[in-house]
Structures are given as C-alpha cells and as structure tokens.
Design a protein around this ligand. Structure first.
Ligand code: ATP
Ligand code: MG
Length: 871
C-alpha cells in the first residue's frame, strides 16, 4: 500500500462512520499565545474543546501537519537518532465533540487497523489508564471493558499518569487515554520476550502508533479536576509510523514517504544511506528537517531571530551542521533538495509547490549565513583551545558564547573539542544555559487564573463592522492574568464592537461603562481560541451589567485607513511588479502600516513612485467598501479574491472589495478609499531572500511626514541664504570643503617633515643607536606622522614618544627602516612598555602606537621603551 492509499483509506473509513473530513490547519499558529506550532491534531479544535465555539459537525476526521520542536512536545533531539520521531509529521485523527465516546472510538480503531489495514492482531497491544490518587482518578474500567471485546487480557497493559493521561497544557481539557502499540520484532524474538514486557520501554521495535484520548475533565488553575459537561474523543495516529507498519519496514525513513529524499541526499553527497550509523543519522536529520523548514516557510514562517522564526532557524542549522560534519557539505545543499520534496509532497500539499522558488531562496540564504557562522565559530574554537592548552577543557562560559552568539550547537563544540583532545565543561555550560532560561522566563512569565463565569454563551458576536459603540453588552466571564509581573484583567462579553488583534491588524482600545456609570479602560483586545478577549486594568465593581462598550474611534479610524491602504498597496504592487507578488505578512496599526511580500529584487525608485501614484489614484477614485460577509470560497475565488497560504479559512469567508482590489479579510476598513487621505511609502527593504518589506503612512501621519521634510528643506535653504538652486549650492560647499581638507593635510605633512628634521638633529646616542625622545602634548595622529617621516629619513634611529593628549597617555615607537628590516619589531616592543600606562597597543615592525589609562606611568613607559629598543 502506498502512503497516499494509506492516508486515503483512513479518511474514507471515518467518512463511512459519519465523520466530515476537514483540511489540515496551518502548521504555524498565529493567534495563540501559548502555542507557536500545531503539535497535535486537536489544536485546531481547541476552541471547541474549551467550549468557546460550537462545532459545525459533531464528528470530524483529518490528516494534520504537526511540528514538535518546542514547548511541551519537543522531539528535536531524538530526530535522526531513532526511526520514529520526526519534527514535522502528519497526524491522522478522528474526533467526537460531545457525540460518541470510548466504545465506538475503540471499536473503530480496532476495526480499521485489523480489518481495513489488515494488521496482525497478535502484534497489537493496548494501554489503559490505571488511575492517579493525587487527582482522585481511578482505573479506566470503561476502556478496559471495551478492549476486552477485542484483545486477550495479556495484551492490555495498565499505564500511569505519565503515559496514559493526556493534557493539552497546564490547564484546560484533559483525560485518560488508551494507546495502541505494535510489536515489529521477528517471531523468534517475540517468542523469547513477550511484547507486553516492552510496551512503553523505548524499544525501537515495540512502538506506539495511535493514541485515543478520552477528554472528560477540565484541569483548573489550582490543579484540581472537574468533569466536562461534554465528553469528547480526540485521537492521533502517526501517519509515517503507520506507513512503516503497513509497508513492512522498521524505520519511518524506509517508507515511500522518505525514500525519494534519501536518494537525492545520496546523489548530492556521494554517500550511501546505510553505510555507517554516523552518516545515517545525518541522512535522517536532513530528510526530516527539510520537511519541517519547507512547510514552515510555506505557512508563512520565515527563519528569524525571535520566537517561531528562531525555532525554524535552529532546525535548519541543525540540518546544515549534520551535513557539514558528516556528509562533507560545505556549500548550501538543503535548498537543492526542495525540488524533490515538492515532487513527492506537492500534490497533497499544494502550498509547497506554489511557493517552491521562495522556499529554495530563503533556505539558500539561511544556509549561506550559517556556513559563514560555522567558519567563524570554528576559528573562535581555535582561540579557546589555545587559551586553555594547559587544562584541555573548554570552559562552559566559552561554549555558551559559541552557542548563544554564534548559534553553534553544543554537540558540535563537543565534537570539535574531542577531535582535538579537549573536553567541554558541560556543567558550566548548563549553568549558563540555566541562567539564560531564567532570564527568558522572567521576561515572559504569564500566569492565568481560572475564568469566573457570569453568564452562559459562546460564539461571541462581533458588531464592530457596523458600530463602534455597543450598548447593553453582558459580561460573560473574566480572569486575571499576570504578565511581566503586572496584573491585568481579561473580560469576555456576549457581543462587542472591539476588534481583537488578528491578521496583522492591532486590537481596539476604548472603554467599558457599567450600568452604574463606572468606566473601565480597555487597553487592548486580543483573540484567543476563538474568543474576543478585552484586556482591562481592573474589574468593574459591579459585573452584572449591562455594559456600554465604546471603541476609541480616532484610533480605529487611523487603523482602518492603514488597513484599506494595505489592500490598495497589494493591488498596486501586483500591477507594478507582477502577479508573483504575494503577501508574506503585514502589520496594521494606527501610526503606520507594514507590508511584506514576495519579490526577488530591490524595487527601483520608479517602481516605488509608480506604486505610490497608483495607490493615491485609487484613493482619489473614492471607491466605496463593498463587503460580502458570508461568501463561499468558490464565490470568493470567482470574484478574484486571493487566499493566503498559511491562513485558516472557515466554510464562509468575508470578502472586502474596493474598486479593483478584492481580498479575503476579516479586518476593519475605511468606508471609502477617500478616507485614507495621502499615502506615502517611507521605506522599502529586504527582510529575507525574496521577501521585501514596505513601510508606509497615511492620512495625518503622511501629511506630518511631508511637513517635516518641507521644514528640513527650508532649514537647509536658510543655511545657504535661500539660494534658488540649493542642490548645486550644497555640492559646491562640499567640493570646497574637500579642497580645503587636502590643503590642511598638505600643511600637516609639511609641518611633520619639518619637525622630524628638527628632532633628528636633537637625537642622542645610546649605545649603537640614535635615540629621539618626544614628550610634548600633541595629537597622536600628528605624532604618528612625524614618526613615519623619521623612520624614513634616518638610519639606526629610535623614535620613542610618551605623551598625554586629552587626559590620556599615549606611546609611539618608530625604528628607522634599516632597523625594522634588520629584525626589530616596534609592534611587539611597544606592548611591553604599554604595561606601565595600563594599556595595550601594536602596529608594524617600523611603527607602533599604544594607548592606556594611567598618565602617571608615562615616564616609566618612556624609559622602558628606550631600554627595550636599544637592547
Ligand atoms: P511517543 O511516546 O512515541 O513520543 P507520544 O506519546 O508523544 O509518542 P502522542 O502525543 O500521543 O504521542 O501522539 C499521537 C501519535 O502521533 C503517536 O501515537 C505517534 O504515532 C505519533 N507521533 C508522536 N510524536 C511523533 C513524532 N515526533 N514523529 C512522528 N510521529 C509521532
Ligand atoms: Mg512524544
């Protein structure tokens, strides 16, 4: 069975059981403060499990792209070393939202595995939760009874809270789970040691393939459990592992999911997969990480220095590092694997086929940058080893600098050290790492209280497209959140005109006024798991309501002008640069807008002007907002609306049209384009290979900017007595200035030559040398000049200068050219004398300079200079 058939059979099976098949959500999560990447099939249904929204259908099934590289689920370090953990993988799942429960979930899982896929029953084992006293939970009898219908008693294994109790996070829906494991060992081994002894022991051939989660509790902030009103089923089966089982392999990398990529790595590297364990790990790391990086970029997450972008950067570096160390790649190579990946997965995931060029370019640039860092890091390693030649230990602090500043993986540092007979002080490194984590934790520590519920309701109504004041809102719930040591309150109302930060547009601010007239400030509005959450500085003293919710309209208007301008900009860019332009990110705030888009070269001045002109023309055309709130995806496409990759759309989409611009968008907009006023591009720059960024301002901000420019220009004109042609006046002034500089330099050179001649006459004899002492307060640069001349015009002469300038001590040492040629080295000699002024310096054999901190040491330094120089 091919992997494609395997995926299809899963979905088909659950379709016959009344499940609606839903698409995978994007792998990169944009609106959940607690999660950067989808790490399980259930993430996209989180708002349903939390009771924030009602499901469209009570049964669903899908194949979800997941990434387990950060937070609670992090498999990164295992990847490559075993054959069953990936960073990115597909999770097959079926869900019941308050519909069927344990019996059906277990019966169907069993039927699918044994009847549809034909897996040998003898090889399957299941686990059941044994209960946990501290939570007051007991053995999951229901699940055990259900399994007894299918498997013998010795294939049912009781598991503890660690393996058999699933939790989404520190709080929230959770419950016991039941895993299905398979024993892939040969008959002889199975006869010798029974499979049930090896379940959950990390045996590479007795592995978990499917986890059935029975969500029946809610974990509260105080750690206690309460039963959920609606019991849910959430299952997750690793697709790659299932393929391994059904294709008779013992490693995911031997299935058709990976074989094409592995073959291409063989082609590019000249190494064979299977030749040695060390190179095999590298093969697996690269094959795995390629997928993670490419899918993340396709979903809109570019590698960067912060948050999700940094996670992606680290994954890529890990792959580059393995390729560099074990497969001999010292040129970008991961980008060259992208075509193969697209060939293999582009059909199931069109987002990577459509963005192949962008993915290749971004990866190539990252690889190049990291290969340079690797080089620098390796040189730094040489320094560290030289410094610690006696102990043969690289201190933890240094290893940490390599890790933190140079992105140097610690295992690489260890490896290089080992190759050179050194070791790394790992304890010291861990201490540094711990300190850094502590710093990060303190900076971001958030604690969430439980929701206090005042009224029932979900699917909060957003009224902000039509009004900015909503009377009679009911407060549904509130909770306290401590963020950066500051306590805030989060409020949820049944209906609100406040826009929650989403799709690049900032959240609204404003006020909530209670029935008694008490006014609460709303500082921000965010979207969280489908809820619109108002952030306030305190709780109203009377929560019973009704409340009047009032958006800060001046701010909102500035935001909507910028949002609408962003759409017009998108449209104009496609006209000016071509239809390859695709949105890669945006920020829409009250003060400015930012638009990132795919385009491969810097925009020319003309292109920028043309874009500006087009946008301003569309503004003057004063197109009205034409809004369709409930379009189907097909209707939207027909109208020419463009869907973004990495964006999650529902069945119904909102379409926003202004003249020629049509976009799918949930944001707030100006009533007509004329409201935008003036549009002005402030900057155009690169943020990654093939991704450009435009920042622009509109309305009053644009006018303000024009005024500042005008005032600056006026000021400059005044400095030049308001000459009519200011440009040539400035050019002339600059020219005169450089002419005068030349003359000054000329005089300085002449003066230096004269001084040198005069000093030469005053030289005193010390042994075989003529020595010139110099102690006048002087600009060090001028003394250098003099020293240079002296070294040229004298023979057997030492010029030794020790003098103060600007309160600091300086040394200059020069040798006649014949002395330097004969082996004297001023650069080396000056360093010894510099100790007397608590400083350092260096230079060339004939001329060197030093600076320091201690002026009182100058006489001693001069004596030392002469003594060393005449030795
Ligand atoms: P394991 O103990 O093997 O790490 P898990 O307990 O972390 O698995 P779950 O969180 O229950 O797994 O995820 C459900 C299923 O997803 C697992 O049964 C497995 O088939 C698959 N899976 C989990 N993690 C990975 C991974 N890193 N790569 C590939 N498949 C995975
Ligand atoms: Mg795991």
């Amino acid at each position: 069975m091919t992997s494609k058939e395997i995926r299809k059979k899963f979905l088909d099976y659950f379709a016959t059981k009344g499940h609606s098949i839903v698409p995978s959500a994007p792998m990169v999560i944009k609106n959940d403060p607690t999660l950067m990447f989808t790490n399980a099939g259930m993430n996209q249904f989180k708002d349903i499990f939390l009771g924030n929204s009602t499901p469209k259908s009570k049964r669903a099934a899908d194949s979800q792209k997941c990434l387990r590289v950060s937070g609670k689920h992090n498999d990164l370090e295992a990847v490559g070393h075993d054959g069953r953990h990936h960073t990115m993988f597909e999770m097959l799942g079926n869900w019941s939202f308050g519909d069927y429960f344990k019996d059906e979930a277990i019966d169907w899982a069993w039927e699918l595995l044994t009847e549809v896929y034909g897996i040998d029953r003898e090889k399957l084992y299941v686990t059941v939760f044994e209960g946990a006293a501290e939570d007051g939970t007991t053995l999951d009898e229901e699940a055990r009874e259900a399994w007894r219908r299918h498997v013998p008693e010795n294939h049912i294994i009781l598991g503890n809270k660690h393996d058999n109790f699933w939790e989404m996070g520190d709080t929230g829906p959770c419950g016991p789970c039941s895993e299905i494991h398979i024993d892939l060992r040969g008959d002889a081994e199975r006869a010798a040691v029974p499979g049930e002894k090896l379940v959950n022991t990390d045996d590479p051939l007795v592995i978990e393939i499917w986890n059935l989660v029975f969500m029946q509790y809610n974990r509260k902030a105080d750690g206690s459990l309460e039963p959920l009103p609606n019991k849910n089923i959430d299952t997750g089966m690793g697709f790659e592992r299932l393929c391994m089982v059904l294709q008779g392999k013992t490693s995911n990398y031997d299935t058709d999911v990976f074989s094409g990529i592995i073959r291409e790595i063989e082609n590019l590297s000249g190494h064979k997969y299977g030749a040695s364990e060390k190179t095999d790990v590298a093969f697996r790391v690269i094959a795995d990480h390629l997928r993670a990086i490419a899918f993340a970029i396709a979903d809109g997450q570019l590698p960067s220095n912060v948050k999700a972008g940094y996670v992606i950067r680290r994954i890529l570096r890990r792959a580059v590092r393995y390729g560099y160390t074990f497969l001999g790649f010292n040129e970008p190579f991961i980008c060259r694997l992208v075509p193969t990946l697209v060939e293999e997965m582009g059909e199931a995931y069109p987002e990577i086929a459509a963005q192949q060029k962008l993915i290749e370019n971004v990866i190539r640039e990252e690889e190049n940058a990291f290969l340079r860092t690797l080089d620098r890091g390796i040189r730094l390693m040489d320094d560290y080893m030289a410094k610690n030649a006696s102990t043969k230990v690289i201190p933890g602090v240094d290893a940490f600098v390599l890790y933190d500043t140079y992105g140097f993986p610690i295992d690489l540092t260890g490896l290089i050290a080992e190759e050179n007979g050194f070791s790394v002080d790992m304890d010291g490194f861990q201490v540094e790492l711990g300190k850094q984590k502590e710093r990060a934790r303190n900076a971001t520590a958030n604690t969430f209280g439980d929701w206090t519920v005042y009224g029932e309701g979900d699917d909060v109504v957003f009224t902000g497209y039509d009004e900015t004041v909503h009377e009679r809102a009911t407060l549904l719930r509130s909770r306290t959140v401590v963020e950066k040591k500051k306590e805030m309150l989060q409020l949820v109302f049944d209906a609100t005109p406040f826009y929650g930060e989403m799709g690049g547009e900032v959240g609204d601010t404003g006020t909530a006024v209670s029935a008694s007239g008490e006014e609460i400030k709303i500082l921000n509005t965010i979207k969280e798991n489908g809820l619109t959450v108002h952030v306030a500085d305190r709780l109203p003293s009377d929560c019973s309501g009704p409340f009047t919710l009032r958006v800060d309209t001046a701010r909102r208007q500035a935001v909507t002008a910028n949002h609408t301008a962003t759409h017009l900009l998108d449209n104009a860019l496609r006209q000016v640069l071509g239809t390859h332009v695709e949105q890669k990110g945006s920020f829409v705030g009250p003060d400015y807008l930012r638009f990132d888009f795919s385009h491969f070269s810097k925009m020319t001045e003309e292109e920028i002007e043309k874009t500006e002109d087009l946008v301003n023309a569309m503004i003057r055309a004063d197109y009205p907002l034409e809004e369709t709130r409930e379009a189907t995806m097909d209707e939207a496409k027909e109208m020419g609306a463009i869907a973004l990759f990495g964006e999650k759309y529902g069945d119904r989409v909102r379409m926003v049209k202004f003249g020629p611009s049509v976009e799918l968008c949930g944001g707030c907009h100006a009533a007509t384009t004329g409201r935008i006023g003036l549009f002005k591009i402030v900057s155009e720059s690169a943020i990654a290979a093939g991704v450009r960024r435009i920042e622009a301002v509109t309305g009053a901000k644009a006018e303000g900017m024009v005024r500042v420019m005008q005032n600056t220009l006026r000021g400059i004109r005044e400095m030049f007595n308001n000459v009519p042609d200011i440009q040539s006046a400035i050019a002339k002034a600059l020219e005169q200035n450089s002419e005068m500089r030349k003359q000054v330099d000329e005089y300085a050179r002449k003066a230096a030559a004269q001084t040198a001649e005069a000093l030469k006459e005053k030289a005193e004899k010390v042994g075989d040398y003529s020595v010139i002492r110099f102690t006048m307060t002087q600009d060090p640069q001028a003394v250098r000049e003099i020293a240079t001349v002296i070294s040229r015009i004298t023979t057997d002469t030492v010029f030794a200068a020790a003098f103060e300038f600007g309160g600091r001590p300086n040394l200059v040492l020069a040798y006649s050219e014949n002395l330097a040629a004969g082996g004297k080295n001023a650069g080396k000699d000056i360093r010894e004398a510099a100790r007397f002024i608590q400083g350092g310096g260096g230079g060339q054999p004939h001329l060197a300079t030093a600076g320091g901190r201690d002026v009182s040491g100058l006489p001693a330094a001069l004596d030392a200079l002469i003594e060393i120089a005449t030795k």
